[in-house]
Design a protein around this ligand. Sequence first.
Ligand SMILES: [Zn+2]
Length: 69
Amino acid sequence: MKTYANDPRQIAAKFNSKCSKCKKVLLKGQQIFYWPSDKSVLCFDCGQDDYNAFLSSKQDEAFYNGEFY
Ligand SMILES: [Zn+2]
């Protein structure tokens, strides 16, 4: 699958921050989701649905482009 600079990704937080949605404190080293397009970070609970939706739309796109294996 292709990756793009603006793709959301699951990362370990590099510093303490707050979830953009629920304002929960995210500690350094915690698994979070990062959206480069709007520089938002989401906690695992808030981010996983959006991230899964992103992944499935990405797979659909790859499928239509004949890149699905
Ligand atoms: Zn949250």
